[in-house]
Design a protein around this ligand. Sequence first.
Ligand SMILES: Nc1nc2c(ncn2[C@@H]2O[C@H](COP(=O)(O)OP(=O)(O)O)[C@@H](O)[C@H]2O)c(=O)[nH]1
Ligand SMILES: [Mg+2]
Length: 368
Amino acid sequence: MPGSRPHGQVQSFVLLGGFIGSGRTTAVARLARHCQERGQSMAALLNDRGLSLVDSASLKWRRVRVEEVIGGCLGTQGTRLTSAVQRAGTDLLVAEPAGTCANALHHVRSELGEGYRYAPVSVLVDPFMARTFLCGGSGFRSVYSEWIVALYRQQLEEADLIILNKIDLLTLAERNELAHLLASEFPRSTVLKVSLLTGEGVDGWLERLMMYEAGPTALGGDATVLAQAENRFSWLNCSLQLSSIKGFDAHQVMRFVASIVQGHAEQKGAQLAHLKMFLETEYGPRECVELNQMPGQVKLELSPELPEPVESARLWINVRSECSPDLLNNAVNLALQQAAESIKHLFLRIENLEHFRPQPGLPRHAAA
Ligand SMILES: Nc1nc2c(ncn2[C@@H]2O[C@H](COP(=O)(O)OP(=O)(O)O)[C@@H](O)[C@H]2O)c(=O)[nH]1
Ligand SMILES: [Mg+2]
């Protein structure tokens, strides 16, 4: 029941907001490790749309307890949110709202009530996006529409802590300059410089999350911005089985699929906000490969090579872009078809493939 404290051990609620690609899932995994080391129980509340979610697969593979809250923005999910919290029953709940959400804590708090310790709201930022958001130039503002730019601002306005992530990619001077710019633009927030990759600054941040409380969440956010921004994005989620009697090179398959999807989208004038894949082998070493591409940063990130050819695997593909869902569907279908035709002995069987754009005005619906 909304407003009452659930059964179980739930005590602290940590919200990790931010735009797509800012590092929220990486932070969830880092927090899970922190809790494991201290014998605390933790569950990740992943808020997204549809089935076959890469982040869920990747976190479960890392043995993180995952509860999915599937539908619109986390704060609008009513009973789905309360049920997920009750199912979890852990010391700590770490929520990753969908990248197109803002002002989630305001709504979560009114849904769950005051029986929790709400940790300071952290909003993660990718330095490249933050810089082009603040200073212009080719990047964020040239890639996304005004609604997405407004959403990005709204996300940051909710932050108690702005987590300037990926500082390993910046010089010392760049870190300081960007932190200063963020602090001037969002004076109610404290800016922390962090690299989830190297661990720099992470302990100090986690300490604050564990010790302090969220500031007052007076802001409910501008509902028009949220609705418009959500309605601009399209989702594609897919999961499939891959097999080959002779074995296949997992990296080759993922590179191939990524390049066709990316190439097709570009050819049609679309920019992918993120293309993320996760591969889990069924036999032999259970290894994973993840791949992300950020706007303006052509980037292929692959986990270390699998030690031997893979005979059987499951692949998850998630694509998010400010374009039509059909475009994403065509791009992924083309990539899978060409992979089956061009990579010798590779057999693909799609389990689930859905592409959609959230319906405006129906914030509580679950994606089809
Ligand atoms: N260089 C660098 N990359 C990072 C860091 N944190 C996350 N990433 C990468 O940023 C990408 C997006 O991260 P992810 O956690 O999936 O972002 P999310 O969309 O906000 O959940 C992935 O390729 C991560 O490996 C960091 O501190 N430094
Ligand atoms: Mg994520």
